[in-house]
Design a protein around this ligand. Structure first.
Ligand SMILES: O=C(O)C1=C[C@@H](OP(=O)(O)O)[C@@H](O)[C@H](O)C1
Ligand SMILES: C=C(OP(=O)(O)O)C(=O)O
Length: 450
């Protein structure tokens, strides 16, 4: 893992011309974590193609090995995961280091809650600030024992037990909490029921089905969803092709929309209807995004995106859409900074507990780049005048990959270069970001060490 063992590497984006070309983005981070986890629980070997080889996912790979699965990379870039069946994990002989990854941390807490041993977890400075009680509480209700620092934060230990199923309504819209409970339910007799008032990404449910398990999902009249899982079903190995990450594609979609003359095609992008809110929102703002070649791949919707530059208008983003684009708000804030008029984005209190407080980090950086905005408790109102912001300045990324990439996109289209203080953290979700952007014509460079 590179991002923690070396000095910060500032990266600068220079104002650029049109972006053009056809590319694909690295694999979906959410699906990649789950492919490794479920592959490790099925008895036999699962081959995974297109796995995201970003630091967050490599943490999950390392953790699954520590828990007794065989996880290997083939020469052709595919991965093989061999498990021993549900309930067959072994006690790790060291702490599981989850690095910067909230998804790895929370999903694996759920997974080990039914294992008859104690698993210790730690992570980086960003992860140690993030709330884990939201996962710890339902797991304790099921019978697991969580020992943590005050406030339920990392580092912590999860002592697994024979669990009881629960009927749990999520207090926050979180696919990580939902998934942690479903993973705890895998080896728990009886039916576990999770209700989500606002539907969140359903990759865990899709993948359980892909591995042959029965999952009942029902829609409520008020728009919520109920997921029921009968524990102790066997999982059958099932090969996976991971689609490109829509959260990564979003950076390029915004860049191509705001850089005049751009015409970029991104092939093989995951377009799960619970992940595509950013593209719907950009289109509502006037972006020219064409979705082509829609298809189904390993239980997930996939398509190609063609994005041509356009003039964006400010809009009000429906707060109920937030869960379908929760990681894309930082780059949407950038798009809104180039739009004409006010863009109102609310219902975003969850952004305060991501890798950084993304509302605060973005507000400070955007203001330093000359953007007019109002920071609310639960969102931002950005008032654009339809032309490029001034840019300039050096932005603090707070160990947050999405803050780093968002400001580099802003720097491409602003009047002056933008520098982010540390680009290493982009490796967590988008390895090769600088080179891929360069292949489209963007100018981004790491500062040379003296
Ligand atoms: O389940 C997942 O893979 C994820 C869920 C989301 O987090 P929350 O569950 O905290 O909303 C998202 O922000 C994260 O990047 C990935
Ligand atoms: C919030 C994110 O990830 P995680 O919660 O897995 O750290 C993200 O990738 O934007």
């Amino acid at each position: 893992m590179t991002s923690q063992n070396s000095l910060p590497v500032p990266v600068t984006a220079q104002p650029a011309g049109a972006l053009t070309g056809t590319i694909s983005v690295p694999g979906d981070k959410s699906i990649s974590h789950r492919a490794l986890i479920f592959g490790s629980l099925a008895a036999g070997t699962t081959t995974v193609k297109g796995l995201l080889e970003g630091e967050d996912v490599l943490r999950t790979a390392a953790a699954m090995r520590q828990l007794g699965a065989q996880v290997t990379r083939n020469k052709d870039g595919s991965w093989e995961v061999t498990g021993n069946g549900v309930g067959a994990l072994r006690e790790p002989d060291d702490v599981l280091d989850m690095g910067n990854s909230g998804t790895a941390a929370r999903l694996l807490m759920g997974l080990v809650a039914s294992c008859p041993f104690t698993t210790f977890f730690a992570g980086d400075a960003s992860l140690h600030k993030r709330p884990m009680g939201r996962v710890g509480r339902p797991l304790e209700e099921m019978g697991a024992l969580i020992t943590s620092r005050s406030g339920g934060r990392f580092p912590l230990g999860v002592t697994g037990r024979n669990l009881m199923p629960i009927d749990y309504e999520l207090p926050v819209a979180s696919a990580q909490v939902k998934s942690a409970i479903l993973l705890a339910a895998l080896d728990t007799p009886g039916i576990t029921r999770v209700t989500e008032p606002k539907p969140t990404r359903d990759h865990t449910e899709n993948m359980l089905r892909h591995f042959g398990a029965a999952v009942k999902m029902s829609a409520r009249e008020d728009g919520g969803r109920v997921i029921e899982y009968q524990g102790q079903q066997e999982l059958t190995p099932a090969d996976i092709i991971v689609p490109g990450d829509p959260s990564s594609a979003a950076f390029i979609a915004v860049a191509a929309s705001i850089l005049p003359g751009s015409d970029v095609t991104i092939t093989n992008v995951g377009l799960n209807p619970l992940r595509d809110g950013i593209f719907i929102t950009l289109k509502e703002m006037g972006a020219n995004i064409e979705i082509m070649n829609l298809r189904e791949q390993a239980g997930e919707r996939v398509g190609d995106l063609r994005i041509r530059a356009s003039t964006l208008q400010g809009i009000e983003v429906p707060p109920e859409r937030a869960p379908t684009m929760i990681d894309e708000f930082p780059v949407l804030f950038v798009a809104a900074s180039f739009a004409k008029g006010k863009t109102v984005m609310r219902g975003l209190e969850e952004l305060r507990v991501k890798e950084s407080d993304r509302l605060a980090a973005m507000a400070v950086g955007l203001k330093a780049c000359g953007v007019t905005l109002e920071e609310l408790d639960d969102g931002l109102i950005i008032d654009g005048n339809g032309s490029a912001p001034m840019g300039g300045g050096r932005v603090v990324t707070h160990l947050d990959h999405r803050i780093a990439m968002s400001f580099l996109i802003l720097g491409l289209a602003a009047n002056n270069p933008v520098t982010v203080d540390d680009g290493r953290v982009m490796e967590t979700s988008f390895p090769g970001f600088i080179d891929l952007m360069g292949s489209l014509g963007a100018k981004m460079a790491r500062e040379q060490a003296e």
